[in-house]
Design a protein around this ligand. Structure first.
Ligand code: IPD
Ligand code: CA
Ligand code: CA
Length: 270
């Protein structure tokens, strides 16, 4: 049977084989919003493969992708796709990147698949059915003390504008002595939180294709995903995100809000 999950898995594996083949080869690269915001020919080719596969199975479904935007239909179901998350890594020969595919309906994420071709790890979740890595159940950690946690974060391409005080958020948490990593792939960050490799993740202003699949995978792994107000995310818009077990995610939120409070109260002077 062609389920949403099977279709997402097949599409992700097909695109993964292409990315693996193209990794460290000669390929064209160009800049989008600014110099380091890249698109390679492999982003575009992977996206084409995924869309073709989904359309062959579910021709009526809508699609939202990073590189070609909205392809609206009358269907309730929208596929949300990042064909290559971690493009800067891919373009520089760093093997940390993945494919992220989700199917959503009315802000509910029905399935989420993240595939890391270089490690051959397939992270999957279906609403209400748990989260898996290569078929084995995965779970977020139960670390609840921030200073004992191992965190991962990321920065938007507009980091020099410091949106949402993201630089001070990082500086505040790293000054607490917390080991923090920046992998360069938000979808992998979420998959790694779901797998218990990291205890938590936060990042300002992610796009739906960066976070839709990973959000479901984290939730199905027993964690939560909230925005910087502690609310549910809107999967059709950009949003800031915190992920982890419920207690730790709220601990991160408290620390980010402490930083914001300093700015709002005017206590900060440049
Ligand atoms: C980016 C990565 C990165 C995150 C950026 C994203 P891309 O996606 O997920 O880790 O920090 O915010 O835009 O451009 O590699 O698909
Ligand atoms: Ca992305
Ligand atoms: Ca991308």
């Amino acid at each position: 049977m062609d389920t949403l999950l099977n279709t997402a898995i097949e599409a992700a594996r097909n695109a993964g084989a292409l990315l693996k083949e193209g990794f460290r080869s000669q390929f064209s690269v160009s800049s989008k919003t600014q110099y380091h915001d890249l698109v390679t020919e492999y982003d575009l080719r992977a996206e084409a493969i995924i869309m073709e596969h989904i359309r062959a199975t579910f021709p009526m479904h809508a699609i939202l992708t990073e590189e070609s935007g909205h392809h609206e239909t009358n269907s309730d179901i929208t596929w949300v796709i990042d064909p290559l998350d971690g493009t800067v890594n891919f373009a520089h020969g760093v093997p940390l990147f993945c494919i992220s595919i989700a199917a959503i309906s009315n802000n509910e994420i029905l399935v989420g698949v993240i595939y890391s071709p270089m490690t051959d790890e397939l992270f999957t979740a279906e609403q209400g059915k748990g989260a898996y890595c290569n078929g084995n159940p995965i779970k977020v950690t139960d670390i609840t003390t921030l200073t004992k946690s191992f965190l991962v974060t990321g920065f938007p391409y507009s980091v020099s504008d410091n949106p949402g005080h993201c630089i001070e958020h990082f500086s505040h948490l790293v000054s607490m002595g917390i080991p923090i990593r920046r992998l360069g792939s938000a979808a992998l960050d979420l998959a790694y939180v779901a797998s218990g490799r990291f205890d938590g993740f936060w990042e300002v202003l992610l796009q739906p294709w960066d976070m839709a699949a990973g959000s479901l995978i984290v939730r199905e792994a027993g964690g939560i995903v909230i925005d910087y107000h502690g609310k549910q995310l809107n999967m059709k818009a950009s949003s800031s995100i915190i992920a982890g077990n419920s207690i730790l995610a709220h601990e991160i939120l408290i620390e980010l809000q402490k930083v914001d409070h300093v700015y709002q109260s005017g206590e900060f002077h440049e």
